[in-house]
Design a protein around this ligand. Structure first.
Ligand SMILES: *Cc1c(COP(=O)(O)O)cnc(C)c1O
Length: 404
């Protein structure tokens, strides 16, 4: 290789023939000449050249190879190749955070006058980014009900460039039919971007369903253990080259250390997603039976209005559910405060179960009217179910219920 390392021929297995479990632990690794078994971390800001001529050729783009870690870094590249293999995309580009991924995507692929159609049930900062900041650059956004295909169609304009959605949504588990919205996007010549944070490629592969770009907050399930902030975009070479061009100039790149943590996270992603989904499914069914619980929101429940769609486009239902308790905000707070095992925090996707009051935290910036429209009620609680024993989590929920 260009750094003077020899590539380990045994790593060059054919990814096409491998299952997700194999890709999660092996895709993207390129051993150095040291014969290391674990993935190394390249903590270097720049790379050296064997001569002034080689430096000039690298900078001029006539010769491939590393120059500077804002552009490329071997550890970041290993993470990018592993997540690209898992999502089934041609190429991935890693970013400093999930939000940096959306920012980079928007600035790389859009210009003044372009228009976005976005689900109204997306991550709060995503709404703010489109609504408050992209609008300053003359890029306007129409927000639509994510479950209503006619609303997606009706919002399309000749200048629509991007459609953006998250499914299942946070915290109410509303689903969007990815294949149907991809058709609407492509009829206009626009791109469909799916934030696949909640299910990950283990439980949903948007590119297979027709989406053009998948976006992740790696901070959530890809890490899975609440350690680092990061993001990534996966798609075709063409769009990813444009996004890469923006990131190497704009500087919204991922740190090599974080990339290494995410590589470790990906190794256990299939196991964690299945185990956490199983815990969440059991918890959702159990909560439905408890007095004091008014309603449970989870796409795995057969009485979920879009259960058929969930079974069609997902390979599982994920680890996040939410529920309404009898009473008002004070009741929800008493429930949360009475728990002892689960963590009161805004994060999700961790192996530790987390409990959140969306109305006053993650969705606190919305106006009363917006919350009403989105169904974020004061008695709503979100649970991101981790890997603790289900019985201990249920005992903890009983503490909450007793405090109502
Ligand atoms: C957390 C999150 C983001 C933002 O990611 P950061 O890594 O916090 O910047 C975007 N989308 C979803 C669905 C998220 O949960």
């Amino acid at each position: 290789m260009s750094q003077g390392f020899e590539r380990d021929a045994r790593i060059q297995f054919s990814q096409q023939d491998c299952e997700l479990e194999t890709l999660a632990v092996r895709a993207g690794q390129q051993r150095t000449g040291e014969g290391e078994h674990g993935d190394p971390i390249f903590t270097t800001s720049s790379f050296v050249f064997s001569s002034a001529r080689e430096a000039a050729a690298r900078f001029g783009g006539e010769e491939p190879g590393n120059i500077y870690s804002r552009f490329t870094n071997p550890t970041v590249r290993a993470f990018e190749q592993r997540i690209a293999a898992l999502e089934g995309g041609e190429r991935a580009v890693a970013t400093a955070s999930g939000m940096a991924a959306i920012l980079s995507l928007g600035l790389a692929l859009m210009k003044t006058g372009d228009h976005v159609v976005c689900s109204r049930s997306v991550f709060g900062s995503t709404v703010a980014l489109f609504d408050r900041y992209f609008s300053r650059a003359g890029i306007s956004t129409t927000f639509v009900d994510p479950t209503d295909l006619s609303a997606w169609s009706a919002a399309i304009r000749p200048e629509t460039r991007l459609l953006f959605l998250e499914t299942p949504s946070n915290p109410l588990a509303e689903l969007t039919d990815i294949a149907a919205v991809a058709e609407i996007a492509h009829a206009q010549g626009a791109l469909l971007v799916v934030d696949n944070c909640f299910l990950t490629p283990i439980l949903q592969r948007p590119l297979d369903l027709g989406a053009d770009i998948v976006m992740h907050s790696a901070t959530k399930y890809l890490d899975g253990q609440g350690r680092c902030i990061g993001g990534v975009l996966v798609g075709r070479d063409k769009e990813m080259e444009d996004v890469f061009g923006f990131i190497r100039t704009g500087g919204s790149c991922m740190s090599p250390f974080n990339a290494w943590v995410f590589l470790k996270g990906l190794e256990t992603l299939p196991l964690r997603m299945r185990a956490q989904s199983e815990n969440a499914m059991a918890m959702a069914l159990w909560l439905q039976q408890q007095p004091g619980i008014r309603k449970v929101y989870y796409s795995g429940l057969p009485d979920h209005p879009q259960y058929a769609l969930a079974c069609r486009q997902q390979q599982g239902f994920g680890g996040v559910l939410s529920f309404e308790v009898e009473g008002d905000r004070d009741a929800a707070w008493r429930f949360i405060d009475a728990t002892e095992v689960v963590s009161i925090t805004g994060n999700l996707g961790d192996v530790k179960t987390t409990i959140t009051h969306p109305d006053t935290t993650t969705h606190g910036r919305m106006t009363a009217e917006e919350k009403e429209k989105a169904g974020i009620r004061p008695n709503l609680i979100r649970l991101s179910v981790g890997l603790e024993a289900l019985s201990d989590l249920q005992t903890d929920m009983l503490r909450g219920l007793a405090a109502l």
